[in-house]
Design a protein. Structure first.
Length: 137
């Protein structure tokens, strides 16, 4: 025969471990009015609009810079190609090609630095409205 498990009895009355009454919980956030919430949304939309405007105008300036770089590179390559076709010796061809490569790399380095500065400037202008909103929060 199997032994019957013992029944444990729980105390009838709950035991209180608190020495003092617990105060009512305070709300974590202050009540927000509908007008202040709508104003906050309007201000966020205005910040988004300013950021979008700064970003689009900056990207336009950057694309103009890219187009100018491509145009000048094409013109330089065409001029070098004409000079290469007119070259009489292999030494002239090597010299013209080397000069073109050197000038192209120098121009590319200068333009890359300018484009990098433009990118940083565009990013800071586009983020400025959000940074200002964050300072107010």
């Amino acid at each position: 025969m199997a032994a019957k498990p013992k029944k444990h009895s729980l105390p009838v009355e709950p035991v209180s471990y608190a020495s003092a009454p617990v105060p009512a919980a305070k709300p974590l956030l202050a009540p927000i009015s509908l007008e202040s919430l709508a104003g906050f949304g309007r201000e966020n939309l205005a910040a988004m609009t300013k950021a979008n405007l700064a970003l689009s105008s900056g990207m336009q300036a950057m694309s103009e810079e890219f187009f100018d770089l491509a145009q000048q590179s094409f013109a330089s390559a065409a001029k070098t190609a004409s000079a290469l076709l007119a070259a009489k010796t292999l030494d002239e061809v090597v010299e013209l090609s080397s000069a073109h490569a050197c000038a192209s790399l120098q121009d590319l380095a200068a333009r890359s630095a300018k484009l990098g500065e433009m990118g940083v400037s565009i990013a800071s202008e586009a983020l400025a409205p959000f940074v200002a909103r964050g300072a107010l929060a």
